[in-house]
Ligand binder design. Structure first.
Ligand SMILES: NC(=O)c1ccc[n+]([C@@H]2O[C@H](COP(=O)([O-])OP(=O)(O)OC[C@H]3O[C@@H](n4cnc5c(N)ncnc54)[C@H](OP(=O)(O)O)[C@@H]3O)[C@@H](O)[C@H]2O)c1
Length: 274
C-alpha cells in the first residue's frame, strides 16, 4: 500500500468508503475490506453506521493502531456544545477512544468558519481525534481556514475523479502541505464503464476502475476512498500496484475532465470553476 506522509501522520493512500450502507451491510463490507487489506476506513456521523464500522474493526481482531479511521461531523452538530457531545457519541459508537481523522463534513453558511475551526482544534487538543480536516471546502474557504484562522488541516475531502477537474484545489492543498481526499473516486461506478478508461485498462490487463484509482493515487498528496459491497470488487480496487500508466494514458485521462458534479446538494458552497 502506498502511504502518504503528511502533518506527521502516515495515511494509507487508498481507503474504503461506507456511505449509504446500513448497519448490517456496512459491518459486512468493512469486514471484507479489512480482510482484503484495506487499513483506512471512511465514515461519517451522517451515514448512521459508525457503530457497524466499530464492530467490524473490533471483530477483525486487529490492533486499533493498525487502522486509520476517519469520521465527519454532521452539519447539524457544528454549534460548540453539539460539537463536543457529538464527538463523544461518535467515539461511543465506534467503541474506541480516538479517531485518526475528524472532518467537518460541509461548510455551513450559518456557522462561522472560525467557530468550526476552533472546535476542531479544541477537540484535537484532547487527543480524542489525532488529525483534523474539512470536506467540500472551496479554494477560498480553504485559504481562509489556513491563512486567516491558522487551521492545521490534514485534508480537504472532495469529489474527485477523471470527469471532474480539481486542479485549483489540488494546487492549493499542495502549497499548504495538505492532502486532497477524493470521494466518489469511481464517479459512483461511471468510471468503470467509461470506454477510454476501459481501453487503457485492457492495454495493461487491468479494469477501468483500477486505472482510475491508480491515476488518482499516483498524484502527489491524493488519497482515494472507493466503496463497494461486492467482495470481488473490494479486492479489485486494492490491486493497483502491478502496472504503470504511461504519458499517452495520462493525456487520454486528462481529456475526460469536465466541471460536471455528481454530488451537489442544496447546501453546497459556490463551487470552484476549473
Ligand atoms: N465527504 C462527502 O461529502 C462525501 C460524499 C460522497 C461520498 N463520500 C465518501 O466517498 C466514498 C465513495 O463514494 P461513492 O460510494 O459515492 O462512489 P464511488 O466509490 O465512486 O463508487 C461506488 C460505486 O461504484 C461501484 N464500484 C465499486 N468498485 C467497482 C469496480 N471495481 N467496478 C465497477 N463498479 C464498482 C459500486 O458498486 P458495488 O458496490 O456494486 O461494487 C458503487 O455503486 C463514500 O463511501 C464516502 O465514504 C464522501
Amino acid at each position: 500500500m502506498k502511504i502518504i506522509e503528511s502533518k506527521g501522520a502516515r495515511v494509507p493512500a487508498l481507503g474504503f468508503g461506507t456511505a449509504r450502507l446500513d448497519d448490517e451491510t456496512c459491518a459486512r463490507a468493512v469486514a471484507q475490506a479489512l480482510e482484503a487489506g484495506y487499513r483506512h476506513i471512511d465514515t461519517a456521523q451522517g451515514y448512521g453506521n459508525e457503530a457497524a464500522v466499530g464492530r467490524a474493526v473490533a471483530e477483525s481482531g486487529m490492533d486499533r493502531s493498525e487502522i486509520f479511521l476517519t469520521t465527519k461531523i454532521s452539519r447539524a452538530n457544528l454549534g460548540r456544545r453539539d460539537f463536543r457531545d457529538s464527538v463523544a457519541r461518535s467515539l461511543d459508537a465506534f467503541r474506541t477512544d480516538y479517531v485518526d481523522l475528524f472532518l467537518a463534513h460541509w461548510p455551513v453558511a450559518k456557522t462561522p468558519r472560525s467557530v468550526v475551526l476552533d472546535a476542531l482544534a479544541e477537540i484535537r487538543s484532547t487527543g480524542r481525534v489525532r488529525l483534523i480536516g474539512v470536506s467540500n471546502y472551496t479554494v477560498s474557504q480553504l485559504r481562509e481556514a489556513v491563512e486567516t484562522f491558522g487551521a492545521d488541516l490534514l485534508t480537504n475531502q472532495v469529489e474527485y475523479h477523471p470527469f471532474l477537474n480539481q486542479r485549483r484545489l489540488l494546487d492549493f492543498a499542495r502549497s499548504q502541505g495538505m492532502t486532497l481526499t477524493a470521494y466518489c473516486p469511481l464517479a459512483k461506478g461511471e468510471a468503470a464503464r467509461n470506454a477510454t478508461l476501459r481501453r487503457i485498462g485492457a492495454k495493461h490487463g487491468k479494469t477501468a476502475a483500477q486505472v482510475t484509482l491508480r491515476w488518482l493515487i499516483d498524484q502527489d498528496g491524493v488519497i482515494a476512498i472507493p466503496q463497494s459491497t461486492d467482495p470481488g470488487r473490494v479486492a479489485e480496487n486494492l490491486h493497483l500496484f502491478d502496472f504503470t500508466l504511461d504519458a499517452q494514458d495520462l493525456a487520454a485521462i486528462a481529456a475526460l475532465a469536465s466541471e460536471r458534479r455528481l454530488v451537489d446538494p442544496a447546501w453546497s458552497p459556490d463551487w470552484d470553476s476549473a
